[in-house]
Design a protein around this ligand. Structure first.
Ligand code: G4P
Length: 530
């Protein structure tokens, strides 16, 4: 095996998705602890502290104490090289959060055991389903009072439309939490709450036939466990690796990230159940990292304003095949030119460091003089193939942009177009009204502030935003349809994007169905083509 395929085989690249506060940061910290990438829990993001993992460069981040962009953390564990893609949550939720999932090979869904499936998980989950990537579930906070386990699994299955297969099973919760039962090994891993922030300490496992278990768990809990396992064995889906690979069956684990319980068990199973980077589709067919020796990558995120004075940008790319070496020259397929990849960076837990080499599966950030767009391909292959584009995700907040000083039209148009090109916002125009007014759509409301801030600071243009009531957008797949004859609802608005493609905005979700009923030949899509 060549050095390159050997390195790629070790790679596992995944994203963690969750609703804010479910425990994503805590779980990530614990993963890093096992890899020795950081030696103290709390240094990943520390919401309450002033420490910001990676991107403390942007004023708006400093002012608000949040991280606007997602980052990547890399660590080694058990012979694997693991890349965790962070998907920003809270109010900094943006289109980047979705795009990050395009760069991941699998996803870990963290669910709060007392809350179940929450809104943000649902949204991110949809993107995973679209990509058919494996989805693993970690049900967290078992040290707190949890909802009934069967009910939680039922909710995941119904709400997200995926079958579940518990790999282990919790014994009680909250004060009565005793540990988890490993279904394959038929042994109990006993809960202990002594090793906060460390990886040391004994993990006690005890065979389910060991009579000691009766008094450790208590007769009542032991009987309850036996009953539940019997019920589970009869009712739940059997583990099927193929289904996991297709994203149709989610292996489920229980634990408590805060007390570091169940985290290593989860990590070990996860690494066995996932694969190294798989082939990706291009316009020349599938590119397999195991057989394609040349370097190839696609840009999934562009981060602007690293250095305000120069309007620098960093293009984040996911390497799909081959080996990257600092300073190498590659072909930028969309630009039709060779470019030198200089100032390569990799995001680490607490610092940004320069990388000399990286392999398929890794994520690197490259200095971008303004030539890259989201979805672009770079390669050293003679084939000059282009990877499939990244879809445009549906914004949920819309506003009309008004310029305060109309004399600065040129700067305004330039600024807003550049920011849209980076993918921070989407811009639209009224359909056929002849008005030049711009409508901005964003995935997370914070992007409105980012837009205002950046236009003012980088382009010296002040804007006012007038919020619009629309929450749902649909791309019209059959663009040839006669827009003027379209029979919509009273809360519907026709708009077009910069490429003159027609779209529809709705205030209410039910209006979408009604509009489709009224226009039988209309084909609507939740994702747009970039
Ligand atoms: P997020 O990244 O998904 O938003 O969640 P984060 O890890 O920041 O966790 C949210 C809160 O939940 C934190 O408490 C964290 O300590 C707590 N938490 C995470 N995992 C567990 C768990 O397994 N059990 C229990 N009981 N709590 C857990 P906080 O008070 O909001 O923040 P902090 O002041 O502790 O940082």
């Amino acid at each position: 095996m060549s050095e390159i395929t050997n390195e790629i085989k070790k790679r596992r690249t995944f994203a963690i998705i969750s609703h804010p506060d479910a425990g994503k940061t805590t779980l990530t910290e614990k993963f890093l602890l096992y890899g020795g990438a950081i030696n103290q829990a709390g240094s990943v993001k520390g919401k309450a502290t002033a420490k910001h993992a990676v991107s403390d460069w942007m004023e708006i981040e400093k002012e608000r104490g949040i991280s606007v962009t997602s980052s990547v953390l890399q660590f080694n564990y058990g012979g694997y090289c693991i890349n965790i893609l962070d998907t920003p949550g809270h109010q900094d939720f943006s289109e980047d959060t979705y795009r990050t999932l395009m760069a991941a090979d699998s996803a870990v869904m963290v669910i709060d055991a007392s809350k179940g499936v929450e809104a943000q998980t649902r949204k991110l989950f949809k993107v995973c389903v679209m990509r058919h990537i494996p989805i693993f579930t970690f049900i967290n906070k078992m040290d707190r009072e949890a909802r009934d386990t069967f009910e939680l699994l039922d909710e995941i299955e119904k709400e997200l439309g995926i079958a579940t297969c518990p790999i282990n099973w919790p014994i009680g919760s909250g004060k009565a939490f005793k540990g988890v039962y490993d279904r394959a090994q038929k042994e109990v891993e006993l809960f202990s709450d002594t090793n906060k922030g460390t990886t040391t300490g004994e993990v006690r496992k005890i065979d389910s036939n060991n009579p000691e278990l009766d008094w450790i768990l208590g007769t009542e809990a032991k009987i309850a466990l036996e009953d539940e396992i019997e019920l589970l064995d009869g009712a739940s889906a059997e583990f099927d690796q193929e289904m996991v690979n297709r994203g149709e069956l989610s292996p489920v684990f229980f634990g408590s990230a805060l007390t570091n319980f169940g985290v290593e068990t989860f990590l070990q199973h996860f690494l066995k159940m996932t694969s190294s980077p798989l082939p990706r589709m291009s316009d020349h067919g599938e590119i397999d990292p195991m057989t394609e020796p040349d370097f190839s990558a696609f840009v999934f995120k562009i981060q602007a304003n690293m250095n305000k004075a120069h309007r620098d940008r960093i293009a984040f790319m996911r390497i799909c095949s081959g080996k990257f070496e600092a300073g190498m020259s590659v072909y930028h397929v969309q630009g039709g030119k060779d470019v030198r990849l200089s100032q390569p960076q990799q995001m680490m837990a607490s610092e940004r460091k320069m990388v000399e080499q990286a392999y398929g599966g890794d994520i690197i950030g490259i200095f971008d003089p303004g030539i890259f767009s989201i979805g672009d391909t770079l390669t050293t292959s003679k084939e000059k193939f282009a990877y499939e584009g990244i879809p445009t995700f549906a914004p949920e907040h819309f506003a009309r942009v008004r310029q305060v000083d109309t004399m600065k039209r040129k700067q305004f148009v330039k600024g807003i177009n550049q920011i849209a090109q980076e993918g921070a916002i989407q811009i639209f125009q009224e359909y056929n009204t002849g008005m030049e007014e711009i409508i901005v759509g964003v995935v997370g409301v914070l992007q409105f502030d980012v837009l205002k801030y950046r236009l003012k600071n980088e382009y010296n243009v002040e804007i006012r935003l007038e919020n619009l009531p629309y929450e749902h957008i649909r791309w019209i797949e059959n663009e040839e349809i006669n827009m003027d004859k379209l029979v919509g609802t009273s809360d519907m608005k026709k708009i077009k994007d910069l490429k003159d493609r027609p779209l529809l905005l709705f205030v209410h979700e039910w209006s979408i169905r009604m509009t489709m009923d009224r226009n039988k030949d209309l084909i609507l899509s939740e994702f747009g083509r970039s």
